[in-house]
Design a protein around this ligand. Structure first.
Ligand code: THU
Length: 137
């Protein structure tokens, strides 16, 4: 019997996981997909809470899935939402992404309509606080 793995792009995976987002308070569903050095893909969606600050972003979910699977270096990120312009990772998520990705990692920000904008992590997070700052500790 022939077995085939259906090929889904990073965008397809981000769009698919976005459907599962739990966003009853903002009505803003976000999907994120990332690839790793090992060539795996991990996905996440935003998960809100009635206590609003307790919600988590799609990017944080994808990072948590990667770490839970034993990987820690990401090589590409795709984020998508139904927005008038490509969805931009929040400041907290930029810090989370830079923890696990090199400055030249490309983050594709997208709308469900297919508009895309690409920026590297160092463009998204210039002057980031990094491990280097802790070197005197
Ligand atoms: N959100 C994400 O999940 N990722 C982003 O890149 C931008 C914002 C979520 C947080 C919240 O659940 C909703 O979108 C509205 O801010």
């Amino acid at each position: 019997m022939e077995r085939r793995k259906t090929h889904m792009s990073l965008r397809d995976k981000a769009l698919a996981v976005r459907e599962n987002a739990y966003a009853p308070y903002s009505n803003f569903k976000v999907g994120a997909a990332l690839t790793t050095e090992a060539g795996e893909t991990y996905v996440g969606c935003n998960v809100e809470n009635v206590a609003y600050p307790e919600g988590t972003c799609a990017e944080a979910g994808a990072i948590a899935a990667m770490i839970a699977s034993g990987e820690s270096r990401l090589t590409e990120v795709y984020v998508v939402a139904d927005a008038p312009l490509p969805v931009s990772p929040c400041g907290g998520c930029r810090q989370k992404l830079i923890e696990f990705g090199a400055g030249d990692v490309v983050v594709t920000m997208a709308t469900v309509d297919g508009v895309e904008q690409k920026m590297t992590l160092s463009e998204l997070m210039p002057g980031a606080f990094t491990e280097e700052h802790l070197e005197n500790t």
